[in-house]
Write a protein that binds this ligand. Structure first.
Ligand code: SF4
Length: 468
């Protein structure tokens, strides 16, 4: 383990080519879906929702993944990009659960409830804004309505500031077996600047409760690029977090999108926010320290211990990507509940209303609370496969893709393959007659490489956060 006594600014990993990241880091989507959510439309008739759900529930349908968005937070962290409802009124959660129960009933009436549920995720917001009793109520709804597969992955996002030992017991009793802790940065000055006071002791306490309750996998979320952060300070954060012995880490780049998240305007971009160079130094430090500590770089911002399910799935070529990031659950239809949540089936994406009032009004009228979405064309579905394989396997196997897509991959995508030439010349990808491989230097730029297969991205102006 790395000592926590001294700041430990590791030299950027030999695998991390900062000059190339600098050269290629342009704003782009994170490809938790393809096409990305920025392409969704509010033309609901084009979605043909009922037809799409029926198609998804044919007799040979695969497993199901469930997501519940629990949006409440007691206070607002100013960097936050999530869809939240800030309140101290506990009763808000119980009212929300009543509406969530209605959404579960409406959806369950349309899907084959015998399909095995292999993954459940409670996200937010702050899921433990709910009282332990509220959580038990939600757990009851999930178990009564759906058929959980043995060994299903059941995960929750935990805010160490807002969790109690009783919450942990309630979560474990409802079958939750994985947790992801929001830490972000352990420096008190950074915490003050982002309006999130979280002494180290809170993180230690949450870890101790979760481990004692038998949580098998614990992830920690960190963010670099926040106000007042430096590479030295971020190294101390990594040291603090490694001392907790997590199984996975997500090291996200802060997305400064004040045109979407007005609270971020409070940050003085020039005086407080690190420059791109500083962010690169932080990412280099994190990458070097985590790989030196034995974590595997899964891709983009995810790191996992070599025996963790994510690292095992990556070696086996079964890694998948969904709205929560990398996952081991390939081929599951995603049914999502709560405001702003996104469901995904073979042929559609559909996103719920982001506003509580609109979501609630649709449910009161007995309608699925969908605000926008996308019906995937056959070409969208082909490109989704290509981008998914690139993001998860870091390679494109021409023969396997030709078989899966039912066409000659190299011929059909000759223009895109030729468009990789600058990346090849810079050593970010390797080309062979039958495959493309992302090199270790190209891994931090996976999304930039994937953009070369995304025509929607290159056809007009799009506003995304910077790739790093
Ligand atoms: S970072 Fe987490 S706790 Fe903070 S406002 Fe966002 S969702 Fe809520």
């Amino acid at each position: 383990m790395i000592s926590t006594a001294e700041p430990n600014v590791a030299p950027a990993s030999a695998l991390l080519a900062l000059d190339l990241i600098r050269k290629y880091s342009v704003p782009g989507p994170r490809y938790t879906s393809y096409p990305p959510a920025t392409q969704f439309s509010d033309d609901l008739s084009a979605l043909r929702l009922e037809e799409a759900i029926a198609e998804d529930n044919r007799p040979d349908a695969g497993p199901v993944s469930l997501y519940f968005h629990l949006p409440f937070c007691e206070t607002h962290c100013w960097f936050c990009g999530c869809n939240t409802v800030i309140t101290q009124r506990r009763g808000a959660a119980a009212e929300y659960l009543d509406d969530l129960a209605q959404e579960i009933r409406l959806t369950a009436a349309m899907i084959d409830r015998r399909r095995p549920v292999t993954q459940v995720h409670l996200g937010g917001g702050t899921p433990t804004f709910l009282t332990p009793d509220d959580l038990r109520h939600l757990g009851g709804l999930v178990h009564e309505t759906f058929t959980l597969a043995p060994g299903a992955e059941f995960s929750v996002e935990i805010d160490p500031r807002r969790v109690t030992e009783e919450h942990v017991s309630a979560l474990r009793a409802m079958g939750v077996n994985r947790a992801s802790l929001g830490v972000q940065d352990t420096d008190p000055a950074v915490q003050l600047a982002i309006h999130r006071r979280q002494p180290l002791e809170m993180n230690r306490r949450a870890f101790a409760w979760l481990r004692a309750a038998g949580f098998g996998s614990i992830n920690v979320d960190l963010i670099f690029g926040l106000p007042l952060q430096t590479a030295e300070g971020f190294a101390r954060t990594i040291d603090d977090v490694l001392a907790l012995q997590p199984d996975r880490l997500s090291v996200f780049s802060y997305a400064h999108v004040p045109w979407i998240k007005p609270a971020q305007r409070i940050f003085d971009q020039r005086a407080q926010l690190p420059s791109l160079e500083d962010k690169l130094a932080m990412f280099g430090t994190a990458h070097g320290m985590l790989t030196s500590a034995g974590f595997v770089d899964i891709g983009l911002d995810h790191f996992a211990r070599p025996n963790d399910a994510l690292a095992v799935a990556q070696r086996a070529g079964t890694l998948h990507r969904n709205f929560q990031g990398y996952t081991t659950q390939a081929g599951a239809s995603l049914y999502a509940f709560g405001i702003s949540s996104i469901s995904a089936t073979e042929t559609t994406y559909r996103q719920n209303h982001k506003g509580l009032a609109e979501w609630r009004a649709a449910l009161a009228a007995g309608k699925l609370p969908v605000e926008r979405g996308l019906r995937l064309s056959p070409e969208d579905r082909r490109r989704r496969v290509i981008i998914m394989r690139l993001m998860c396997d870091r390679r494109l196997d021409h023969t396997a893709l030709s078989r899966e897509l039912g066409l000659d991959f190299a011929q059909a995508y000759a223009k895109e393959l030729a468009g990789l030439e600058d990346l090849r010349a810079d050593g970010l990808v390797r080309r062979a007659p039958d495959r493309v491989e992302v090199t270790p230097a190209g891994i931090p730029l996976l999304r930039v490489i994937a953009m070369r297969f995304d025509p929607s991205f290159t056809t007009g102006p799009h506003r995304h956060a910077q790739a790093i």
